[in-house]
Design a protein around this ligand. Structure first.
Ligand code: B1M
Length: 211
């Protein structure tokens, strides 16, 4: 369908103010909400994720693409709920306690949403208990934690340990990321995964839910 291809290109180009109208038009032309989501929005975000990995686009372009995708989602969400389409998985995300940096976390959340995940965004300054409570409450598949300060990274360890203590290990996967966080640190604290950037975070989240 031409309109779906047009919407995908709009998302990739990060054009604001066009995606919503195109999504409405696609629905009016009889496109299924699930097809618009998969073939225009998720496909567009997948594409921008690939470009980001190859350093062919940078954070501002990815943020614009995600914003454009979210504009279209405003139209699609109610229709997706009605048609009973299940999200790919549920992810609780947040920046850890003591840390107010949220740009990277927001980027990861938007990319995950673009990949079809339902996001429970706890914001910043999130203590371990809150991550774990939210994951249990929402029956989330994963907890994604971001830290930008070396002094707050220990909250990631506390959260991973609390997940184990509450008997949720295996059921709820843990992913960590942020500028000072390394793969070695993730392994050391027993996290299930480490995301170097937002695109890698999406790949990993897909692996967590077996897709
Ligand atoms: Co602050 N800050 N800051 N800061 N800040 C840094 C992080 C710092 C490196 C600057 C420096 O000194 N060179 C330094 C940390 C030093 C350290 O701990 N090693 C620092 C400091 C010290 C501070 C304050 C303590 C300063 C002060 O008040 N004295 C203070 C702390 C406040 C607090 O949090 N309690 C502070 C405050 C701030 C602002 C509020 C002014 C602002 C934040 C605004 C906001 O986020 N809303 C800010 C900013 C903007 C920065 C820099 C300049 C940029 C961070 C950023 O947004 N990067 C930063 C210096 C720098 O990094 N160059 C700095 C862009 C973002 C897209 O990248 O978050 O790394 P990033 O996310 C990436 C990946 O890491 C990954 O994906 C993203 C996209 O690829 N990723 C994940 C991130 N989370 C992930 C989670 C995943 C997977 C991947 O899985 C779940």
């Amino acid at each position: 369908m031409e309109i779906i291809a047009q919407l995908k290109d709009t998302v990739i180009a990060g054009k604001l103010g066009e995606a919503k109208g195109l999504a409405e038009k696609a629905l009016a032309e009889g496109a299924e909400p699930g097809d618009i989501l998969e073939q225009a929005l998720i496909a567009g975000m997948d594409h921008i994720g690939e470009l980001f990995k190859k350093n062919e686009v940078y954070v501002p372009e990815v943020l614009l693409a995600a914003k454009s995708m979210q504009q279209a989602m405003q139209v699609l969400k109610p229709r997706l709920v009605k048609s009973g389409i299940e999200p790919r998985g549920k992810a609780v995300v947040g920046t850890v306690r003591g840390d107010l940096h949220d740009i990277g976390k927001n980027l990861v959340a938007m990319m995950l949403e673009g990949a079809g995940f339902e996001i429970i965004d706890l914001g910043n300054d999130v203590p371990a208990e809150r991550f774990v409570e939210a994951a249990a409450e929402h029956e989330a598949h994963m907890i994604g934690m971001s830290a930008l300060l070396t002094t707050t990274m220990h909250v990631m360890k506390e959260t991973v340990e609390l997940v184990k203590e509450k008997g949720l290990a295996g059921k709820v996967k843990t992913m960590v990321g942020g500028a000072p966080v390394t793969r070695g640190f993730a392994e050391e604290i027993g996290a299930d995964g480490y995301g170097d950037d937002a695109a890698t975070a999406v790949d990993l989240a897909k692996q967590f839910v077996g897709g």
